[in-house]
Structure formats: structure tokens, C-alpha cells
Design a protein around this ligand. Structure first.
Ligand code: C5P
Length: 229
């Protein structure tokens, strides 16, 4: 049985690479994430192919941000394509999130992205947000939940704080996962899988820890060991 708490990030250039990783990791991940670059290159074909290769669920990471009608209609199209998880940007506002949530219903789980980790306080101020990133994350997370968006993407460090503030209900998705001893790459705030779950994460997004490992099969075993109770 694949682990429904684990998502593999298919940050690869082609459908073929993506389906090879699904086949190679079958049984380990309950969810497979298709990002903006891969979707721009391959379109709906990659969704169908990843599903056909055995992915139990598809996560499309497009971080939608537009007027409510456009986002809502796009969510409807993606429901038809069989997408199970979809990111939208909380910066689009409460009306946009409400419209998206209404269209999604219980057919697709919406995940709100709060503040991109590439933005620091100075960059936020440059776009007119006079707040620390941590304060903006909390404010936008509350708005997302109030707007009917039941999931949030956050770092594992933020997960503990959001759990304290928002309680048990929100579905928290955390990237930035690393096995003890693996390279952190460009991720600044990382956590091991077991610690992220203990911090309150519901779904761990894992990429290069597996896909850039010298020995991916061994990394998969290490991942399973780390999560073994
Ligand atoms: O390779 P790695 O495990 O760092 O991959 C993490 C995945 O999560 C990538 O697909 C990346 O786009 C995504 N992500 C992230 N940090 C965020 C939001 C999303 O790493 N703040």
C-alpha cells in the first residue's frame, strides 16, 4: 500500500521522465506532483500519463492567481482532468478563494500558498506588504481557511505554528523535506520526514531527496525507515 502522507515532486522536463519516476517509485507515494514547468511543456497529456503509470493521486502545482471567475472556471476544467490536489495563491484574495472553493467542492483539494519562500521582508515591502513573512503567512492562512480553502502549503517549521493557531482541521502540506545527511540544495528550512509529521504535516512533498539521490532505491528505504513508528 502506498503511503498517502507522501508526495513525490516530479520536477522533470518531460512526460517520459515523469512516468519513469512513477514506475520506479510505485508503492511508495500516494500522491505525485506535477509542477508549472512540466505542465507548461506537456499539458494535460502528462496528467493522463502519470495516472496511467500508476499514480494513486495527482497534485498540480500551478499556484493560480487571477480574478475569481477565471480561477473558478480553471478549477472546474482541472476537476474534469482528474486533478486531486491543486495550489492557488492566497494573494488573489478572499473572493477568489471562495469562488475556487465553491467550484472545487469535495472533488478536488485546494491548497493555499501563502508567501513564496523566495520573498523576504524587503521584497514583500517592495510589493506593498509591510509585514514580516511570518505575519503575512499567518494572516493569509487564516483568510484561506475562512474562505473555504481547507489546505495550506507551508514549511515544516511553519506547520507547528499554524497548527497552534488554526487547530487540527487544516490539511498541511510541507515541502523542504530532507533525510538526515542528504544535501539541502537551495532549501533553507528543512526537516526530516518524521519530524515534519510530528510538527503537524499531513502531506510531505519530497523531490530531490529521492530524484537526485545517488541511489534512489536506498533513499526510498531510508525514507520508509525514518517514518517507521
Ligand atoms: O527537491 P525538493 O524536495 O526541494 O522539492 C520540493 C518541491 O516542493 C519542489 O517541487 C518545489 O517547487 C516545491 N516547493 C518548495 N518550497 C516551497 C514551495 C514549493 O520547495 N516553498
Amino acid at each position: 500500500m502506498s503511503d498517502s502522507r507522501l508526495c513525490l515532486a516530479l520536477d522533470v522536463p518531460t512526460t517520459r521522465d515523469a512516468t519513469e519516476w512513477v514506475a520506479r517509485t510505485r508503492g511508495a507515494f500516494g500522491v505525485y506532483k506535477i509542477g508549472l514547468e512540466l505542465f507548461c511543456a506537456e499539458g494535460r497529456e502528462v496528467i493522463d500519463a502519470v495516472r496511467a503509470a500508476g499514480a494513486p493521486a495527482i497534485f498540480l502545482d500551478l499556484k493560480l492567481h487571477d480574478i475569481p471567475r477565471t480561477v473558478s472556471r480553471s478549477v472546474g476544467r482541472l476537476v474534469e482532468l482528474g486533478v486531486d490536489y491543486l495550489t492557488i495563491h492566497t494573494g488573489g484574495g478572499g473572493s477568489m478563494m471562495e469562488a475556487a472553493a465553491e467550484t472545487a467542492g469535495d472533488r478536488l483539494r485546494l491548497l493555499g500558498v501563502t508567501v513564496l519562500t523566495s520573498l523576504d521582508e524587503q521584497e514583500l515591502s517592495g510589493v506593498g506588504v509591510a509585514m514580516t513573512p511570518a505575519a503575512a503567512v499567518l494572516k493569509r492562512a487564516r483568510l484561506a481557511i475562512d474562505s473555504g480553502v481547507t489546505g495550506l502549503v507551508c514549511s515544516a517549521q511553519e506547520a507547528a505554528r499554524l497548527r497552534d493557531d488554526l487547530g487540527a482541521a487544516p490539511y498541511l502540506v510541507t515541502p523542504g523535506i530532507r533525510l538526515a545527511g542528504s544535501a539541502t540544495g537551495d532549501q533553507k528550512r528543512v526537516m526530516t520526514p518524521a519530524r515534519a509529521i510530528a510538527a503537524g504535516a499531513d502531506l510531505l512533498v519530497i523531490g530531490r531527496t529521492i530524484t537526485a539521490a545517488d541511489d534512489p532505491e536506498r533513499a526510498l528505504r531510508d525514507l520508509a525507515d525514518d517514518l517507521r513508528p
